[in-house]
Design a protein around this ligand. Structure first.
Ligand SMILES: [Zn+2]
Length: 338
């Protein structure tokens, strides 16, 4: 887990939110119901350490201004005149139209994003409690706070972490390091899904609601790959290209956001999106070839769109796709879909 501190507890961990450890008491009690389908050995995943049926006390839940960027992809499209206004890297802005058209969950799933202090059993020592700073996310609409709401978020985090694992191994190999001491350039926060089992703030979250929890210790979420207005940073740019290239242009990891950790230099990503190329059905092929001419069927990102997000290659890109072709699905052995 990330920044942690330990609390010795003589009586064990069950029901610890009733024990009055803090004068104000915890705000929420959660129970983990879905844990990630990710190997503990993955060096692309940042896990919470929580297991199914673990119980977590949320001591403090706060809205963090630095998390506003997490909502940018849910912002409705601006009108034409608003869209023409100059935008800085930090200004609030909507996602590119072509990216959200085929990514339904960016359109409906408005969420709350809280910074939380969680207290749970140390997985390595059940006699101790460990405090962890987390990101708690919940659908804004109470009726959407069911476990299945978050399934796309989980799958995209798992998938991005799988690319990050291979990317880190590639970076390690390029630096001539042994696998036993790998370089971790990129890691993805992997959430668990939890059910609220008790709440002192039912106006925010009530018992029976489902939320996600991941170990994200920072106070801000910075955009690395979103709409092309981000400051160019070599590692996230190379990672974006790596995922596109190694999937033959099939998967685009998008909305890469998070922080760069000061001590390790690792880019810690949170809540990414994987935009998948649709299967090669007759309908999709028709719209890919005919629809795009009319501006209708934007079923697959074209090279111009990839170039917008990844305007130039880094030195690292040259080690896996020197001709910049595999990212577009045009590499040797990859099916061309354009
Ligand atoms: Zn590149």
């Amino acid at each position: 887990m990330g920044n942690t501190s330990c609390y010795p507890v003589a009586t064990g961990c069950n029901q610890f939110w009733d024990m009055g450890l803090r004068p104000s008491g915890p705000q929420l009690a959660l129970r983990v119901c879905i844990k990630p389908n990710v190997s503990q050995l993955s060096i692309g995943a940042r896990l919470t350490g929580f297991d199914v049926d673990d119980e977590i006390a949320i001591l403090k839940l706060e809205l963090a201004a630095g998390f506003d960027t997490l909502d940018w992809r849910m912002i409705p499209q601006l009108s034409h005149s608003e869209g023409n206004q100059a935008m800085s890297a930090t200004s609030r802005r909507p996602p590119p139209d072509w990216l959200i058209q085929e990514t339904p969950r960016t359109g409906f799933q408005k969420r709350h994003n809280w910074r939380a202090t969680a207290l749970a059993c140390d997985p390595n020592n059940p006699e101790r409690l460990v405090e962890t700073v987390c990101l708690v996310q919940a659908a804004k609409e109470p009726s959407d706070r069911i476990a299945s709401t978050y399934s796309d978020n989980l799958k995209d985090a798992w998938n991005t972490a799988s690319y990050a694992n291979r990317f880190n191994l590639h970076v390690t190999q390029q630096h001539g390091k042994a696998d036993t001491n790998p370089l971790i350039a990129v890691q993805v926060c992997i959430p668990v899904v939890c059910e609220v089992i008790a709440s002192t703030t039912p106006h925010w979250l009530a018992a029976g609601d489902f939320v996600t929890v991941c170990a994200y210790p920072q106070q801000e979420v910075q955009k690395f790959i979103f709409d092309g207005n981000e400051p160019f940073q070599d590692v996230p740019q190379a990672f974006f290209h790596y995922a596109a290239a190694t999937s033959g242009g099939k998967d685009i990891v998008w909305d890469l956001q998070g922080c760069r950790e000061q001590n390790s230099g690792t880019y810690l990503l949170v809540d990414p999106v994987v935009r998948r190329r649709p299967p090669a059905t007759v309908r999709n092929l028709f719209f890919a070839t005919v629809g795009n001419e009319r501006g209708l069927g934007k079923v697959s990102p074209n090279p111009k769109q990839i170039d917008l997000l990844h305007p130039k290659c880094t030195r690292l890109c040259e080690t896996f796709d020197p001709e910049r072709l595999a990212a577009y699905g045009k590499g040797a052995g990859f099916a061309c879909f354009q």
